[in-house]
Design a protein around this ligand. Structure first.
Ligand SMILES: [Zn+2]
Length: 277
């Protein structure tokens, strides 16, 4: 569902009159953790949180709302005729439960200094892969789940207490699957990282879908893709496992807008077209 933004435009009453062949479009409502997909008028430039957003050939742009994003998100837009202004979006607040996970390998919860250094190095390497800002709109036709018909065993955003120790929120959607279950590319993309053996992630694949959007699967027992390779939606990128910080085989599916973790459950689904009507 899309509307033009007449209702939320601040100080820009003449907006629609100046939109040439397209109008600014944003979802009717958005919430914390959401990847927001919009469409810009021709020639417009849009900024969010100080970042200039890429705009696709059909006007598509995206930005991510973090887990604890403020209740108002502001977009700055400059039209091709030079007029500019801010657009405020009301952001729905979510409540996140607390989740206790016990039985994790203790060294992955309280690592010794040496292991901690390695964990930090690995974290930086993963973070680097999420800095890409490619002019590819691979996110535009929606995302499928990495595995089919699997039980969801962990929700995104929950406050985690691992082996009794409060940890960072859980930035993934977990699917309980048997060891060796094939994992699919959830959208077309470029393999930004494919590596086994990380301390917390185990086997990890990061797919870049353009405009800073990436998806990640971890705890994999096998990886079938290489960095730099292009994949189609549904291609098998590897197999599920329990490598890294895991109590049993599952797929931990994460999504990002640059360094902002977003909720994979809120990614657009295939068929829920984001294209301009
Ligand atoms: Zn998880």
């Amino acid at each position: 569902m899309k509307t033009t933004l007449a209702a939320v435009v601040l100080g820009m009453a003449t907006l629609a009159a100046h939109a040439s062949d397209r109008e600014l479009q944003l979802p009717d409502s958005v919430q914390q953790g959401q990847l927001v997909v919009g469409h810009a008028p021709k020639g417009a430039k849009i900024e969010y949180n100080g970042r200039r957003l890429l705009i696709g050939p059909d006007g598509v742009f995206v930005f991510g709302l973090g887990r604890d994003a403020p209740t108002e998100a502001k977009l700055h837009i400059r039209y091709s005729n030079g007029k500019a202004g801010d657009i405020a979006l009301r952001v729905g607040k979510r409540n996140y439960a607390t989740e206790r996970v016990d039985g994790l390998p203790q060294h992955t919860v309280t690592p010794n200094p040496e292991l901690l250094k390695r964990i930090e190095r690995e974290r930086d390497r993963v973070a680097e892969t999420r800095h890409r800002n490619d002019a590819r709109e691979d996110f535009e036709n929606g995302f499928i789940d990495p595995v089919e018909n699997a039980r969801i065993s962990g929700l995104w955003g929950r406050q985690r207490i691992d082996n009794g120790k409060p940890m960072a929120p859980h930035f993934g959607l977990d699917f309980a699957v048997p060891n060796g279950t094939p994992i699919r590319a959830t959208a077309p993309g470029l393999v930004a990282l494919a590596e086994m053996g990380m301390v917390l992630n185990g086997g990890i694949v990061v797919l870049d879908h353009g405009h800073g959007v990436s998806t990640t699967t971890i705890h994999m027992s096998r990886i079938d893709v290489k960095p730099g390779q292009k994949v189609k939606q549904g291609d098998i990128v590897g197999l599920a496992g329990a490598t890294g910080r895991a109590t049993g085989p599952h797929v931990h599916w994460a999504a990002n807008w640059f360094d902002v973790p977003i909720d994979p459950a809120l990614l657009p689904k295939p068929g829920a077209s984001t294209a301009t009507p």
